[in-house]
Design a binder for this molecule. Sequence first.
Ligand code: PEP
Length: 308
Amino acid sequence: MKISPTAVSLFTFLANTLVSSFTVPTPLSSLTTGRASSSSTELFTRKPFISGNWKLNPSTKEKAIELAQDIGSSVGKDIDYDVALFVPFPFIESVMEQVGDKLSVGAEMCTPEMAGAFTGGISPVMLKSIDVQWVLAGHSERRTINKETDGYINAQCVKILEEGMNVMLCIGETDAEFEKDLVGCVCEMQLKKGLSGVSAEDMSRVVIAYEPVWAIGTGKVATPEIAQKVHVIIREILVKMYGRDIAYDTRILYGGSVTDESIDGLMAQPDIDGVLVGGASLLPDKFGRIINYQLDETFVKELQEVDV
Ligand code: PEP
């Protein structure tokens, strides 16, 4: 489906309007938006991506299997976008057996070392050997609790990609950084360091999850408008790093206290390409509703009426 100049200007206008009221320390000029106004020729070229992060849950393999089955029953045949669950290592293969045909089962982290005296390590090559396709890197809990640095996270990303898997790189500012208008700076630094050495070609296997630390597990979800503004900023940083085509094809997900109630508003934003969900991904009914998000009819109608 070709996109007309009318569609491009509609979304450019929307994005610029949203961004104009948002202060970031890094001057970011001529911001445009993307899910519908990709520089390529299709509407919605970026496939939505709904993902869950179980963290250190549930407590047993039996419970993990039950939870996976319940979640899997919400992934209907009509769902033509990506759904993934990041689960604790001991459950990966059992969950894959149960729902691997419906969704991707990923790992919550890995260690970048490939072999040797690294007790407790889980290497990318080990994950690859059990058919893991997606690995999380840089989750804020790993950054803070496990003291993972940007350099370490970068090494993880590079190795995950070298093994042919896909990486979801999490970035995001703390409460204090948000208050000081440092959102753009923090995202730029974490993106540049985290993706150092990652080629433009490999970016097709990278997804960015914007997760403001102040919104993770706190119940404080960023409003769709704030999240959209930051996603536009992140996309513009990617433009500077990789050029427009790659930046507009890269999926940027939002994470931070997403619920079945907030999902529709978030997914209606043109630069929010999906979500990474923690707490609610342990609640099958709520996560099922998140997987089956609904776009506002007016929004869909407006898109359909755009002269393409
Ligand atoms: C997360 O763990 O990545 C997350 C966003 O958690 P929650 O949805 O519970 O805030």
